[in-house]
Design a protein. Structure first.
Length: 410
């Protein structure tokens, strides 16, 4: 059996203690947030779509971890089989390190390896992870014509069925991977040794706990942070410098449900283009104290919210919201997400993400909120039936937006 994999190697580069805990004490791991789960799912969906770029391949994905040795053997046999020209998730092992290559394409006597990323840009971590794969493939003696990273093309505009050749872009990292080989080899030895230690290595908490990824053991390692660091802080001078210049007479609270599909869903849209599928506006000039709009039953109407909101905004001096991905432009908008961040608001809860849920938890002990991403996932999954639920969820969040605003500005 293998000792390291692509994910444990990347984890070990971030923090040796995180690697050790993953291997020896996985039960200490934090619960997976819905946001993280959705991100994994998005990666898987994009990976499957990317296979269409090189159709007709043999899928080597094992059904369970116990099948890894069998798949390693079959992958090596398939390399010699002239009837097989493309493999998906081919499994290789070298120096106790196991990797699964997203796509492997025969090119004459050689193979081209492709690692698929669902993002628009390539980060240094992606290069590191591809370099590890190159190290393993090279160690297994696979003759490589190229090693490429495939990622989503930000300029692609959907017109008709998805054109995978346009949706994805390929970037060669072969030279980088060759250059990195001795460094990777040294890292693999170092990280293999970490796992054999009798105790977890002593690593202090720090910014590396969030870079390049939020560590899975934040709950475990940060639980004993001294009291002084657990307090709420904010730069009040910076906060009030952003306050509305004249006291607003009519205030409304706005909350949107904004969806950013990696693979564009509608003609004329691009990858990750924000699409607002619903909004709730709470204010004294709304017919029932609120107005709610959604196009969950027909996403093609997603741009309607712009003119509807423009009209509603006329009835207010200030529109308060908490929008990490602000989909609306208006001089009346008062985005608490930006305002509180500009004022350097700090609380340990916010280390898990600067979002409405954690901000409310940090300010009010009785705050009961669900993850905003859960509203989105449920609204999209249930389509029509979720109309009432989405409305209630967004209005509940609006109450919290109002409470946060009043906490500081009233
Ligand atoms: S929380 Fe920080 S110190 Fe603890 S394992 Fe993770 S990265 Fe390492």
């Amino acid at each position: 059996m293998h000792i390291l994999s692509k994910s444990t190697y990347i984890k070990g580069l971030q923090c040796e203690k995180a690697l050790y805990l993953t291997k020896k004490h996985p039960y200490l791991r934090d619960k997976l947030s819905l946001e993280k789960r959705a991100k994994f799912q998005r990666g898987t969906d994009v990976g499957i779509l990317a296979q269409q770029y090189f159709p007709g391949g043999v899928n080597m994905t094992p059904n369970s971890p116990s099948q890894f040795p069998k798949r390693v053997k079959e992958t090596m046999e398939n390399l010699q089989n002239p009837a097989i020209n493309v493999m998906y998730e081919a499994v290789f092992q070298h120096n106790d390190t196991l990797v699964m290559v997203d796509i492997l394409v025969r090119e004459g006597d050689q193979w081209r390896a492709i690692e698929v990323k669902s993002s628009l840009k390539l980060s240094p971590t992606y290069y590191n992870d591809a370099a590890l794969q190159y190290y393993v493939l090279h160690g297994c003696g696979v003759p490589l014509s190229d090693f490429q990273l495939m990622h989503v093309n930000a300029d692609y505009v959907k017109q008709g069925p998805i054109d995978v050749k346009q949706l994805f872009q390929l970037v060669s990292i072969m030279d980088y991977a060759k250059e990195q080989e001795p460094i990777i080899a040294a890292n693999v030895e170092r990280l293999k040794n970490v796992i054999t230690l009798p105790h977890a290595p002593q690593v202090e908490i720090g910014s590396h706990c969030h870079e390049p990824y939020d560590c899975d053991f934040l709950g475990h390692c940060w639980k004993n942070v001294p009291k002084t660091k657990t307090e709420f802080t904010i730069d009040y001078k910076a906060l009030y410098a952003q306050a509305p210049t004249t006291k607003p007479r009519h205030i409304a609270y706005l909350n949107t449900l904004t969806y950013m599909p990696a693979v564009p869903e509608l003609d004329g849209t691009k990858p990750y283009q924000p699409m607002t599928l619903a909004y709730a506006l709470t204010g004294e000039n709304e017919p029932d104290g609120y107005s709610f709009w959604s196009c969950l039953d027909d996403h093609s109407r997603w741009q309607e919210y712009l003119s509807l909101l423009e009209e509603r905004f006329k009835h207010y001096d200030l529109i308060v919201c908490f929008e990490p991905k602000n989909p609306i432009q208006s001089s009346k908008l008062f985005n608490l997400y930006e305002v509180l961040q500009n004022a350097q608001m700090f609380h340990p809860f916010l280390k898990d993400g600067f979002n409405l849920q954690n901000t409310a938890k940090a300010l009010f002990h009785d705050a009961k909120l669900f993850e905003h991403s859960r509203i989105l996932v449920e609204a999209i999954a249930h389509e029509l039936t979720s109309y009432e639920q989405t409305k209630d969820d967004l209005l509940t969040e609006n109450e919290m937006i109002k409470r946060i605003y009043q906490q500081f500005f009233k």
